[in-house]
Design a protein around this ligand. Structure first.
Ligand code: COI
Length: 356
C-alpha cells in the first residue's frame, strides 16, 4: 500500500492538508509551477539498481555543485497527468508508457532507471499523497513530473556516481496562454532541435534547453511556439518545442515518423490509434514543409498541450492560416475523444487509464 511509504514524521499535520481540495483558484490554472505537499525520492549508486524510495515533504533538495546533472546535463524527465473523475476517484493515463520511455532514455543517457513497476508505484504514491491538488472535474489535471538525474559529484566527464529519481506534481490548466483557442507557430529555419545520432528521441533535459533561444525569440514576436525542421534537408517537419505535430489533408492525417530525432509522444501515439479507430487514414512519414501550404488543418499533441489546434504557421515571413484561424473540426473531435477517455467520461475500451 502506497501510504505505508509515509514516515511518521511526514504525515499531514494541519487541517488544511486533510481537506478534500487545496484552497486555490481552480478556475484560473495555467501551466505554472505550484508547490504541493509531497514528492517521491529514490536514490541509487552507479552500477546498482533503484531499491527503496520514499515520500517526503515537498521542498528543495541539496546537491553537490559538481553533480553530473549540473555540469554535464545528465538528466531526463517525463510528464503525465492525473484527472479527477466525477465520482472523486483519480485516473492516470498510460503511466507504463512513460516508465518504458524513461527506461529507453536512461539507457541512452547512461543512467539507471526504475523498473516499470517501481515507476508506476512511485507515481501512484505521489498522486495519492497530493490528492487535494488534483483539480475538480473539468478544471484541469495534476501534472506529474518524474525525473532522473546524475546527482553524484563528477569532475572529469563520466556518468555520475549516484542517481536520484524524483517525482513531483503540480496542478495545471491549459499549456498555452491561448487556452483552447488555436495557437500560432513560426517555422525555425536556422536553429535545430535535434540531429541524427543525437538525443532528440529521448526526454533529456538538454533537448529542452536547446530550444529556448528560438522559443524566446518567437514568443517575443507574439508566436505561441516554434516548429523545427530536420537539420539535414532543412525541409521536413520534426516537432514543436513542447509537442508533436499533425497535418490534416482531406481524410488523411500525417505526422513525422519517429526516426531518432523526434520525441515518441504518448499523446501522439494515442491520437494515432484514436484517429484510426475513428476512420481516419493516418500516415507516419516525412512531411515536407511545403505541405503546410495546402493543408486543411494542423494540430499539436503532447501531455502538457493535449491536442492544440494551430491557427496559423509563418515560414520565411509568409503566413498560412487554417480553418479561418478557428479550431479545426478534426482536432476538436480527436481532443474530445481523448479527453473524455482520460477523464473517465467514456468507457475506456483501450485499457489506457489506471484508476486510483
Ligand atoms: C509534456 O508535455 O509533458 C512535456 O514534457 C513538455 C514540457 C515542455 C512541458
Amino acid at each position: 500500500q502506497s501510504y505505508s511509504l509515509f514516515s511518521a514524521a511526514s504525515q499531514p499535520t494541519n487541517m488544511s492538508e486533510t481537506s478534500e481540495l487545496a484552497d486555490i483558484d481552480w478556475d484560473n490554472l495555467g501551466f505554472a509551477f505550484l508547490p504541493t505537499d509531497y514528492m517521491y525520492i529514490f536514490k541509487c549508486t552507479r552500477g546498482r539498481e533503484f531499491s527503496k524510495g520514499e515520500l517526503k515533504r515537498f521542498g528543495n533538495i541539496e546537491i553537490s555543485p559538481s553533480a553530473g546533472v549540473l555540469n554535464y546535463g545528465q538528466g531526463l524527465f517525463e510528464g503525465l497527468k492525473a484527472y479527477r473523475k466525477q465520482d472523486g476517484n483519480i485516473l492516470l493515463f498510460r503511466p507504463e508508457e512513460n516508465a518504458l520511455r524513461m527506461r529507453l532514455g536512461a539507457e541512452r543517457m547512461c543512467m539507471p532507471s526504475p523498473t516499470v513497476e517501481q515507476f508506476v508505484e512511485a507515481v501512484k504514491a505521489t498522486v495519492l499523497a497530493n490528492k487535494r491538488w488534483v483539480p475538480p472535474p473539468g478544471k484541469g489535471a495534476l501534472y506529474i513530473r518524474p525525473l532522473i538525474m546524475g546527482s553524484g559529484a563528477v569532475l572529469g566527464l563520466a556518468p555520475a556516481p549516484e542517481f536520484t529519481f524524483l517525482v513531483y506534481v503540480s496542478p495545471v490548466g491549459n499549456y498555452f496562454k491561448e487556452g483552447v483557442a488555436p495557437i500560432h507557430l513560426v517555422v525555425e529555419h536556422e536553429l535545430h532541435r535535434a540531429t541524427p545520432g543525437g538525443t532528440g528521441s529521448v526526454k533529456t533535459i538538454g533537448n529542452y534547453a536547446a530550444v529556448l533561444k528560438a522559443l524566446s525569440a518567437a514568443k517575443a514576436k507574439g508566436y505561441s511556439d516554434v516548429l523545427y525542421l530536420d537539420c539535414v534537408h532543412k525541409r521536413y517537419l520534426e516537432e514543436v518545442s513542447a509537442c508533436n505535430i499533425f497535418v490534416v489533408k482531406d481524410n488523411v492525417i500525417s505526422t513525422p515518423a519517429i526516426k531518432g530525432t523526434i520525441l515518441p509522444g504518448i499523446t501522439r501515439k494515442s491520437i494515432i490509434d484514436i484517429a484510426r479507430s475513428q476512420g481516419f487514414q493516418v500516415e507516419e512519414r516525412h512531411v515536407a514543409v511545403d505541405e503546410l501550404l495546402d493543408a486543411d488543418e494542423v494540430f499539436c499533441t503532447g501531455t502538457a498541450v493535449v491536442v492544440s489546434p494551430v491557427g496559423s504557421i509563418t515560414f520565411m515571413g509568409n503566413r498560412v492560416s487554417y480553418r479561418d484561424g478557428g479550431a479545426g473540426v478534426v482536432s476538436q473531435h480527436l481532443y474530445s475523444v481523448l479527453t473524455r477517455l482520460q477523464m473517465g467520461l467514456t468507457e475506456d475500451n483501450m485499457n489506457w487509464t489506471v484508476e486510483l
